[in-house]
Design a protein around this ligand. Structure first.
Ligand SMILES: *Cc1c(COP(=O)(O)O)cnc(C)c1O
Length: 358
């Protein structure tokens, strides 16, 4: 079985070796030390200032999205939500549930987000902007500089769900004036699902998080911040995944984050060129290095099923309106160009069979 998915993705041997071992007790010096060291390296990798805080949650990515909104905003805020797919929609739902005023900026399928879509919201009393930098549901990558400049100019807290983008596309926390950066273990980190990370700027911690009145025990960031001073979490974390995380951060740190991003980009480019050569259609909007959407009219879901069931190759299907129109091919994790050769070859075979049937 080979995974060309967006998460969980094909894992590295080093991660699988850790998964084989007994999970240790965690209220120990060793665990604390491991987490503090990993956190220091992580901050360096993503250009996150020393006075920022990291929240390590045991949750999926959505848990971190919701927790971030709950801890950083309340009914006095007014947010902009970039909604260009199902993850943008999720941010909108989270705001609705928590009674936070928001306006959606809908981005049509075929186009990139541009300044003219943002312009009308300048000087209208907004306090924050939420974006899924890679709208992974369709693989669209938004322009981080455009959004960062807009937030800076309008003094908005800049919340970046980078669950599908971090370690695959270039993101610099301080340089991009990010206030909240969210990601999770099962995407580009290539670990098991279960751990989600929220990185917070000094200003959002001081102005918002520390003064928040969160109606939640488990998701109150204040207790995560105070516990992490000693490298601990308030509740039992997914200990095994945290150990995988520390090892993987070490690997990325030693290899260099730009090399990791370049590797993913090269795999994406290699696959995209081959796919176009073979006559597959890709969308025209900007793409994340993490994933390539392929437009397949009418039999996308059948193609996913056939590739999985008969060829042992798992690409990512879509739900909802794109179910029969798009498959997504992930480039994260332990995959090589030879794997993409094999995939393309079999996509051609399956496509011929299904086309013939249609
Ligand atoms: C995968 C993903 C999520 C959420 O994922 P879960 O871990 O399934 O909750 C959120 N946002 C983006 C952009 C993603 O790619």
């Amino acid at each position: 079985m080979k995974l060309f998915t967006v998460g969980p993705v094909q894992m590295y041997e080093s991660t699988l070796n850790i998964r084989n071992k007994q999970v240790p007790y965690f209220r120990t010096e060793e665990f604390s030390e491991m987490m503090l060291t990993a956190d220091k390296k992580l901050k360096e990798l993503l250009n996150v200032g020393k006075n920022s805080e990291t929240i390590y949650l045991t949750a999926s990515g959505t848990g971190a999205m919701e927790a971030a909104v709950m801890n950083c905003f309340d009914d006095k805020d007014k947010l902009l939500v970039i909604n260009g797919g199902s993850f943008g929609q999720r941010f909108a739902e989270i705001c609705s549930i928590h009674n936070i005023d928001f306006t959606e900026i809908k981005v049509p399928f075929n186009v990139d987000l541009n300044y003219s879509m943002l312009q009308q919201y300048e000087n209208k009393g907004y306090t924050g902007l939420l974006v899924n930098l890679d709208e992974t549901s369709i693989g669209k990558l938004y322009n981080i500089e455009l959004l960062s400049d807009f937030c800076k100019k309008n003094n908005l807290y800049f919340v970046v769900d980078a669950i599908g983008a971090v370690f695959a596309d270039k993101i610099l926390f301080d340089e991009n004036n990010i206030d909240v950066l969210i990601f999770s273990s099962q995407k580009a980190l290539s670990l098991a699902p279960g751990m989600a990370v929220v990185m917070l700027s000094e200003r959002i911690v001081q102005n918002k998080v520390n003064n928040s009145n969160v109606k939640s025990l488990y998701f109150d960031f204040k207790s995560y911040i105070s516990n992490f001073k000693r490298g601990q979490t308030p509740f039992t974390p997914a200990v095994g995944i945290f150990i995988e995380f520390a090892q993987r951060i070490d690997d990325i740190y030693n290899k260099g984050i730009q090399n990791i991003i370049d590797e993913t980009e090269n795999k994406a480019k290699y696959f995209r060129n081959k796919a176009r050569e073979k006559g597959f259609k890709l969308p025209e909007y900007s793409l994340s290095n993490a994933v390539t959407p392929i437009l397949i009219d009418g039999y996308a879901y059948d193609m996913y099923l056939k590739l999985k069931n008969e060829y042992d190759l798992t690409v990512t299907p879509n739900g909802g309106e794109y179910r029969d129109k798009i498959i997504r091919v992930g480039h994260m994790g332990n995959l090589t160009c030879a794997d993409f050769d094999e995939l393309i070859e079999n996509m051609c075979i399956v496509s011929k069979i299904l086309k013939g049937r249609a």
